[in-house]
Design a protein around this ligand. Sequence first.
Ligand code: FES
Length: 141
Amino acid sequence: MSRFGIRKRLKARLLGTQPSERAETTALELTLVLPDGSEHRVEAEPQYTLVMASQSLDTPIHAHCPDGHCGKCHVDVLEGQSTLKPASDAEVALLDEHLGTDRDLSVRLACHARVLESGAKVRVRKVWSLAEAMGVPPCDD
Ligand code: FES
């Protein structure tokens, strides 16, 4: 199974079945602005990462590595920076390494940034394509 069950949910969607429902929890809301400019309200459970929160989208946030060490899943927090858990030392170190210490402080790593409250608006820089999410290798065009 893929990291966040992407393949399972896509397969269920294609087959017209529903993946198992999780227990009810208090959902938080945030807005994700995708690279094409479209805005999507998504729900997230407290402490979900932005990557996890994006899993209800057809094209979720592109996570480049399975363990949060590549430092490439940059997103821009447009509004509600305080609704996200402050960056950990590990996240800051990765951002410093990849973007420099004089970087824009609104940039976060989507697989590190955790949702604490509703209200964030986040610009996503890269999303999974449907083919990538299904494990189809890219074309060599
Ligand atoms: S996907 Fe690699 S650090 Fe976020």
